[in-house]
Design a protein around this ligand. Structure first.
Ligand SMILES: NC(=O)c1ccc[n+]([C@@H]2O[C@H](COP(=O)([O-])OP(=O)(O)OC[C@H]3O[C@@H](n4cnc5c(N)ncnc54)[C@H](OP(=O)(O)O)[C@@H]3O)[C@@H](O)[C@H]2O)c1
Length: 276
């Protein structure tokens, strides 16, 4: 009897890094379930992947801020075998905490933490059912250091890092490999690109494309790495954040973010600035 198809589930697959991760998985002949909000031409992207790589694609348009989102995903996946989960969806922003909309803070917690954990819990028995399976969680270099004017975002990514390391330990005897990716800056959308343009040469030197990151991340996942720090400059930054006292790192990194907020073109309202 022909074995049933297995699928990789990717969140935030409609754009940015999630789109590149989906391409990279399709290139490696993995069938995909693409999750994204409405309005990203997910079905067009899915059709493109099928045509180019001959893989099977399911598209699920779902907004993680809607209460029924987990139930919607559970329903769409109930008859599928899943052997890869990529938790990529994430939101952030740079702003003074007391000026940040309460709803925006709630959205960061919901997408970056709550849905990541819930989706993992939802799929864990499917993943354990496979001989070998994989979870890739996208954190950030921001997980390595508290950063003023971004406060909730780095804390949410520190959560993702800790959660990933705990799960990696717990699931290793079940053949479920958990990996956490810590990217530095990536020009994934116009707001992030605008922000990066305001930074100095060192940040710009560390820039990586979504395609590069996707290749490094997926490669490391299949090589059973538990933490991926992509690129030389990201590695140097990671090391500096590790060895320098926090009393030096926190003010230094926070000041760079504060300068960036001040340097922002008045054409871009602060409220809409994204900084992942
Ligand atoms: N860009 C950077 O410099 C950078 C650096 C380090 C880490 N990261 C991390 O990399 C990941 C991808 O970021 P990106 O730069 O590619 O950002 P992006 O272009 O803004 O993409 C964010 C992704 O999250 C998804 N998402 C946001 N809100 C959602 C919601 N309510 N429901 C469902 N999905 C939602 C988006 O889905 P839709 O397409 O449906 O909107 C989108 O695909 C994030 O976890 C981010 O924190 C980014």
């Amino acid at each position: 009897m022909k074995p049933k198809d297995t699928y990789a589930v990717v969140t935030g697959a409609g754009k940015g890094l999630g789109k590149s991760l989906s391409v990279e998985l399709a290139r490696r002949n993995k069938n995909l379930v693409l999750l994204a909000k409405e309005g990203e031409d997910l079905f067009g992207f899915g059709a493109f992947l099928t045509k180019k790589y001959g893989v099977k694609i399911h598209c699920v348009e779902v907004d993680f801020l809607q209460e029924e989102s987990l139930a919607t995903v559970a329903d769409k996946l109930k008859n599928l075998n899943v052997n890869i989960l990529v938790n990529n969806a994430g939101i952030g922003g740079s702003m003074f905490f007391d000026q940040t909309d309460i709803q925006r803070i709630d959205s960061i917690l919901q997408v970056n933490i709550r849905m990541l954990v819930m989706l993992t819990r939802l799929l864990i028995s499917k993943l354990k059912n496979q001989t070998s399976s994989y979870i890739l969680n996208v954190a950030s270099m921001a997980s390595c250091c508290p950063i003023a004017y971004k406060s909730v975002y780095p804390a949410s990514k520190a959560f993702v890092y800790s959660f990933s390391k705990s799960l990696a330990e717990e699931l290793k005897c079940f053949g479920v490999h958990v990996c956490v990716l810590l990217p530095g800056p990536i020009k994934t959308n116009s707001e992030v690109s605008h922000r990066i343009e305001k930074q100095g040469w060192w940040v710009k030197a560390g820039l990586q494309t979504p395609t590069q990151l996707a290749q490094i991340g997926i490669d490391a996942l299949f090589r059973h790495k538990s933490v991926v720090i992509p690129g030389l400059i990201t590695k140097i930054n990671w090391l500096l954040l590790k060895i320098l006292p926090k009393s030096i790192c926190i003010p230094m990194v926070s000041q760079a973010v504060k300068n960036e907020i001040s340097a922002v073109d008045s054409a871009v309202p602060l409220k809409e600035l994204k900084f992942t």
